[in-house]
Write a protein that binds this ligand. Structure first.
Ligand code: AMP
Length: 307
C-alpha cells in the first residue's frame, strides 16, 4: 500500500472505517513531526505488530498548540513536513494524518482532558503547567478520530507514557498503549526533535544528562547498602544530589530537575519500590531537553537478603 496523506478528520475517519470493518488492526503513532530515528522506531514496531493481521499504521503529525506553555518554543518548533512524510514512508507507515490547528480546535472548542494526582504534579508536570492537559486532550481527540487497536509512545517521555496509560485505564479506553525504548545517538544523547536547535557547544554540553543518569544509576550498586526505612530518604537525596551535581557542573546547562521515583506509582521511592525511574531535565540555551533511565535495583529483594 502506498502512503496516503490526510488533512481532514472526515477523510481519515472514512478511510479507517473501511479498514476496521474488515477486522484489520490499526496501529497509531502520534507525533509532532520533525521526525527522527526515534519516531521511526515506533512506526516500525507498529508496522511489525499490525502486519500479521493485515493491519496498518497511521502516523499523526500535529504540533499541538495547547501543550506549549512557552509561545517561543511553539513558534520555533521545527516544521519539516516533506522530510517527515518521507520518513513515515520509509519506516512503513500506511497513512499520515496532518490536521490543521483549526481542524483540531475549531471555534468554540472548550472541552479538555486533565489529570490530577501526585504523579502529574512532578517532573514535567511541575515544570510545565498545563502541558499534560494539552497532551491528554489532543491524544484523546486523536484516539477518537483514529480509534486505533494499539498506540505507540516513547519511553523517553516517561511521564507522558505513564499518564497516557493511566488515562486509558481511567477512561476505559479499549486501546493498547505500547511503550517503546528510547533511541539514542552513538554518544548516548537521546534523539529529540529539539536537538537540532542546539549549538555545537550546547550539543556537547547536553551529554551531561547522560552522565547524570549513569551516575544516578550506579548509586544503588555502589552504596552496597540498600535503603531501608529512613535510609530510603537519604538514599534518594544522595542519588538526586549526584545527578544534580553533574548537570550543575556543566556551564552551558541550567538544571530543571533531577529526580528518582517509583516507576510503577510515579510516587516517592520507598521500602516497597522494586523499579525506580531516574529522570532529568535541563535547559541548554533556550532548548529544554529531558531524559530518563530505569534502575533494576530491587530494594525489597535487597532488604530481604539483609534480614
Ligand atoms: P514528539 O514528536 O516529540 O511528540 O514525539 C512523538 C513520540 O515519539 C512520543 O511518543 C515520543 O515519546 C517518541 N519519541 C521521541 N523521541 C524518541 C526517542 N529518542 N526514542 C523513542 N521514542 C521517541
Amino acid at each position: 500500500m502506498t502512503l496516503r496523506v490526510y488533512r481532514r478528520i472526515d477523510e481519515v475517519r472514512e478511510a479507517l472505517r473501511v479498514v476496521r470493518s474488515e477486522g484489520r488492526p490499526i496501529g497509531f503513532v502520534p507525533t509532532m513531526g520533525a521526525l527522527h530515528r526515534g519516531h521511526a522506531s515506533l512506526i516500525v514496531r507498529s508496522e511489525e505488530e499490525q502486519r500479521p493481521e493485515n493491519g496498518l499504521t497511521v502516523v499523526s503529525i500535529f504540533i499541538n498548540p495547547i501543550q506549549f506553555e512557552d509561545r517561543a518554543d511553539f513558534s520555533g518548533y521545527p516544521r519539516t513536513l516533506d522530510d517527515d512524510v518521507a520518513c513515515c514512508e520509509e519506516a512503513g507507515a500506511d497513512m499520515v494524518f496532518v490536521p490543521s490547528a483549526d481542524e483540531i480546535y475549531p471555534e468554540g472548542f472548550s472541552t479538555f482532558v486533565d489529570t490530577e494526582g501526585a504523579y502529574a504534579e512532578r517532573l514535567c508536570g511541575r515544570a510545565r503547567p498545563g502541558h499534560f492537559r494539552g497532551v491528554l486532550t489532543v491524544v484523546s481527540k486523536l484516539f477518537n478520530i483514529v480509534q486505533p487497536t494499539r498506540a505507540y509512545f516513547g519511553e523517553k517521555d516517561a511521564q507522558q507514557l505513564f499518564l497516557l496509560e493511566r488515562m486509558a485505564k481511567d477512561l476505559n479506553t479499549d486501546i493498547r498503549i505500547v511503550g517503546c525504548p528510547t533511541v539514542r545517538e552513538a554518544d548516548g544523547l537521546a534523539l529529540s526533535s529539539r536537538n537540532g536547535r542546539l549549538s555545537p557547544e550546547e550539543r556537547r554540553a547536553a551529554l551531561c544528562l547522560v552522565r547524570a543518569l549513569e551516575a544516578g544509576k550506579s548509586k544503588p550498586e555502589k552504596s552496597g547498602n540498600p535503603p531501608r526505612g529512613s535510609a530510603t530518604g537519604a538514599f534518594v537525596a544522595s542519588v538526586k544530589a549526584s545527578m544534580s551535581a553533574i548537570i550543575e557542573a556543566e556551564p552551558l546547562a541550567r538544571l530543571d530537575y533531577a529526580e528518582i521515583l517509583d516507576e510503577e506509582t510515579f510516587g516517592e521511592v520507598c521500602d516497597t519500590t522494586t523499579k525506580a525511574l531516574l529522570a532529568v531535565a535541563a535547559f541548554f540555551g533556550e532548548t529544554r531537553l529531558i531524559d530518563n533511565t530505569r534502575t533494576d535495583t530491587d530494594f525489597r529483594k535487597a532488604q530481604d537478603e539483609r534480614r
